[in-house]
Design a protein around this ligand. Sequence first.
Ligand code: ZN
Ligand code: ZN
Length: 139
Amino acid sequence: MQKTCAYCGMTFETDSGRAMYCSNCRIAMQLERNRDYMKRKDSNEARLLGTPQKCEKCGKTFILKTGSQKYCEECSQKSSSAKILNNNKYTSTHYDRMTVLVPKGNAAEIKEYAKERGLSVNQLFNIALKEYRSNHKND
Ligand SMILES: [Zn+2]
Ligand SMILES: [Zn+2]
C-alpha cells in the first residue's frame, strides 16, 4: 500500500499497515535512538563522579569519587579493613599456604571453571582433593 511518511511527507510503499515513516526516516530514527542509547549508557557507566549517591550498606549519602564506589567512605573502610583482618587471621590459623603449579595457560580456565560453580580456586582445589581421597581410599 502507499503511505505518507509522517516525518518527511514523502509517499512510500509498505506492506505493514502500521508503518508511519519511509525507510530513509526509519533508518535515521534508528540511528538517532542508538546514539541516544549510547549517550545514556555512557553517562550511566560513569555514574557521574562528584554526585551524591546512596550507600548500599547504611543508606547514608556520599559523594561519588570513583566509578566503582558502592558504599560511603565509612562503610567501605570498615568492610575492607575488617575483611583483610579477618581473612588474615582466619587463614593463618586454619590453613597452610602452598603453591600449586598448573600447565601453562590453564590458570585462567581453572579460575573460570571455579567461578562458574561459585567457588574460589582454593575451594575447588580442596573439594577436588577431598573427592579424590574418598574415591581412591585403597590407593
Ligand atoms: Zn520519511
Ligand atoms: Zn555507608
